[in-house]
Design a protein around this ligand. Sequence first.
Ligand code: PMV
Length: 332
Amino acid sequence: MKKIDVVRQILNERMMSEPRHESGAAFAPTNIALCKYWGKRNVELNLPVTSSLSIALPDKGARTVLMPVNTKDDRVILNNRILSPDSGFVMRLGEFLDLFREDKSCALQVDITMNIPVAAGLASSACGFASLISAMNNLFEWGLSPRELSILARLGSGSASRSLWNGFVIWHAGARADGMDSYAEPLDVAWKKLKIGILAIDRGEKPVSSRQAMNQTVATSMLYGCWPDVVARDMGLLRQALRDKDFSLLGRTAESNALAMHATMSSSWPPVCYHLPDTIASMHVVWDMRRSGDDIYFTQDAGPNLKLLFHEEITDKVRERFPNVEIISLAD
Ligand code: PMV
């Protein structure tokens, strides 16, 4: 099964035809996984081996404005700069848009504004594809349900399936070959005291994409066989932590899950290591704070940056130990 078959199954006759408005816009928050998605059971459809669970950063993400244009090709603008048609980003976006149009006559201007570093392990593709599919849904008035939007966003980037909501979100791995049961949905949990600290260690583009690193890990890592068991345990612990509002359990499960994911990739060949010396140094500061009694944890995605998890009571101490931290509060 190809991506286009999934799109046809969901949209039927509604493929990109006449836009219903002059423009369509949408914002999508970026999300940070507390239990990671790492490894695909179907590479073409971005179907994951395991389920995953994330938290959204409400004001951090991507806003996409779409407008039909009378040119032959799409025009892609990222943070007010027109991108070259042969840049990797524009090609990946064009391939995604092509899934929704029968012929190329429907060219679009895609104007994306992101307030997070692009391709630095801060889930820019997650919020990028989620905002793009929501903007298309608005421009063409497809009337898609959140579940359908999640499935379509997943075709752009797996973690995008989780970027359609604020708060805690679970992405069900699903078992079907067509992936119609592999979608995300929000969890009804509020956690006002939880703060997320973004520790930008390097804002540059990562040397190995998460897509490549993931596939390499599944194909060559001896440790990958344990990963589904790690996830099964951690999903249970996280659900328990959310139910009981047990912050220590939430934090240590997220930290241990991230370290286990990085262990699988460093045991792949060629090895993938996203840590920089400052990443490790910052982990030691977190561990040192814990030894002194502060309940603080970290998680790390496919990049050198850390995301700190802590409660608002220790905000001043966190700022003192990490002067460059950017602190995000969760939405009400
Ligand atoms: O959706 P992708 O292909 O960008 O992969 C995301 C992978 C991680 O960020 C490391 C984990 C996750 O669950 O978001």
